[in-house]
Design a protein around this ligand. Sequence first.
Ligand SMILES: Nc1ncnc2c1ncn2[C@@H]1O[C@H](COP(=O)(O)OP(=O)(O)OP(=O)(O)O)[C@@H](O)[C@H]1O
Ligand SMILES: [Mg+2]
Length: 294
Amino acid sequence: MTSPVVLQTEFPGLPVRRGKVRDVYDLGDALLIVSTDRISAFDWVLPNGIPDKGKILTQLSLFWFRLLAEKDHLISADVTSMPLPDAVDRQLIDGRAMLVKKSQVVPIECVVRGYLAGSGWKEYQANGQVCGIALPAGLLESSPLPEPIFTPATKAESGHDLNISFAEMVESVGEATSRELRQRSIQVYQRAAQHAQRCGLIVADTKFEWGWWQNELILIDEVLTPDSSRFWPAAGYAPGRGQPSYDKQFVRDWLESTTWDKNSPPPELPESVVAKTRAKYVEAFERLTGQPFA
Ligand SMILES: Nc1ncnc2c1ncn2[C@@H]1O[C@H](COP(=O)(O)OP(=O)(O)OP(=O)(O)O)[C@@H](O)[C@H]1O
Ligand SMILES: [Mg+2]
């Protein structure tokens, strides 16, 4: 059963901050993060959504928070019992919302890479390094790295994130914080990658965000979803070429097949592309959690 698409939420009197995918409501000490069904590709939000995508991402993050048992920001994902202003439509956000501790965000995207892909592969080809970390010669596109590496980035106001070196991260947020986040990010990645491997998936890389809350660094934002990670099916994986993107490949392929110039609002996706994409999100969820997506 597919639920109606939720492209946007809006509640009278509650200011909202919209990311590409999530609507965030500031409730004082807490944030209400609502994952919509919006999907982006080539840095554009597409006009139509993927039914249930927001629910799938929220439920997958919840699964990981439980499995990882890191200190994290989750207060509740049960919309019936969350303390919320009356204006919030609980039915609309059911299954796609998290009430979280509002933390002071560390302004670094904590990227961990286990494989060479994306901007890492580009940089390696140019100088044999990724974010200042020298790597062995002879690696191919999608090769596994000798060990997972921490490659921080700064959140750009618009467009792509900017990769930085660990030294630049230290300059920005301090040595102790940088060391702790590097160590904890790699550790969380390793545990998640091990779990994913048992489910037939490779976590090529992923991005974490951390925030200060009561003098501790806690894991915030979404974790280990197809939107924050590169998942590859282990079956069919081979270095020496790009791997199919787990979730957005149909969307990207279809967009590439049109005359769209990537510089103007993108066209509407055909129903078949929407359905196939939804099936991939569901598949990622079901494989990783071992649960049917209800
Ligand atoms: N516990 C938290 N405390 C404070 N801020 C948080 C917390 N969890 C997530 N955030 C912030 O909430 C925002 C989530 O919004 P979202 O990811 O949708 O938008 P974005 O990162 O600005 O844009 P993009 O669509 O490019 O990801 C992020 O800025 C993230 O840093
Ligand atoms: Mg974000």
